[in-house]
Ligand binder design. Structure first.
Ligand code: ADP
Ligand code: ADP
Length: 226
């Protein structure tokens, strides 16, 4: 069966101006090992759906199954990269990456070598002892990706990780993809409003539309991979 399955997914937020329906009747299946992008305009509910899959903010109707089991809380073996990197300014880059182990109550010592290997792979080896404010936005996002990969997640969720950056070239994206896929993170759900990012990075693209948010079409992408 699928790795992640959303059935009849609906989300209505309560807000000061009354209820806001962000998602309605979303159906989506993400297969084991695939890289799937959620593509759609701002406000169509991409972040809402990703947060629900992460177990951070539940749907108000429908179900999300992880390998056949309904999600009720943030699952283990899941890594998440947010739109804005959420690095702690008073910790070094290496210690920010090691936070992922601390959050899960895993021994820090056992993860130090992997943290350095990840930072090397993402071109940040020389910046391990620097602090977030000393790095560019792109470097900070790559550090956040290292943190999400530290504990070898089986599922990686990314919410516009490159969204705050200038448009990336196809070569840039292929490089990031190869870094992400080199080990761990077999199943990836990637949120973007950029068609180029979705096409260059994904095996499949689920297109969402507003009014209210739903998945309107799913495309296979058949591009040669790096
Ligand atoms: P996105 O770029 O994904 O649309 P936004 O920048 O619109 O995200 O939203 C940033 C944060 O504000 C999110 O945590 C989101 O949940 C929250 N948010 C977005 N829209 C509203 C709203 N209408 N009322 C309250 N919070 C909102
Ligand atoms: P996207 O990620 O595609 O930009 P979002 O999931 O951030 O879309 O938002 C979908 C809709 O839900 C938008 O209309 C947004 O304003 C609304 N929304 C998001 N978060 C909140 C929130 N915390 N409270 C109220 N409305 C929200």
């Amino acid at each position: 069966g699928p790795c992640i399955e959303v059935r009849g997914g609906g989300k209505t937020y309560a807000s000061a101006r009354g209820p806001v329906t962000a998602l309605t009747d979303v159906g989506l299946a993400v297969q084991e090992g695939e890289f799937l992008s959620l593509l759609g305009p701002s406000g169509c509910g991409k972040s809402t759906l990703l947060r629900a899959i992460a177990g951070l903010d539940p749907l108000t109707s429908g179900t999300i199954m992880l390998r056949g089991v309904p999600i009720t809380r943030p699952p283990e073996r899941m890594g998440m990269v947010f739109q804005r990197d959420v690095l702690l300014d008073w910790r070094s880059i290496r210690d920010n990456v090691l936070l992922a182990a601390e959050f899960q109550g895993l021994p820090r010592r056992a993860h130090e070598a992997r943290a350095m290997a990840l930072l090397d792979r993402f071109g940040l080896g020389a910046f391990a002892e620097r602090h977030p404010w000393e790095l560019s936005g792109g470097m900070r996002q790559r550090a956040a990706i290292c943190r999400a990969l530290l504990c070898e997640p089986e599922i990686l969720l990314m919410d516009e990780p490159f969204g705050a950056l200038d448009a990336m070239t196809r070569d840039d994206l292929n490089l990031e993809l190869s870094r992400i896929q080199q080990d761990g993170a077999r199943t990836v759900v990637f949120v973007t409003h950029s068609i180029a990012e979705a096409v260059y990075l994904s095996d499949r693209v689920a297109v969402m539309s507003t009014g209210p948010g739903r998945v309107v079409e799913v495309f296979d992408i058949d591009l040669p991979r790096p």
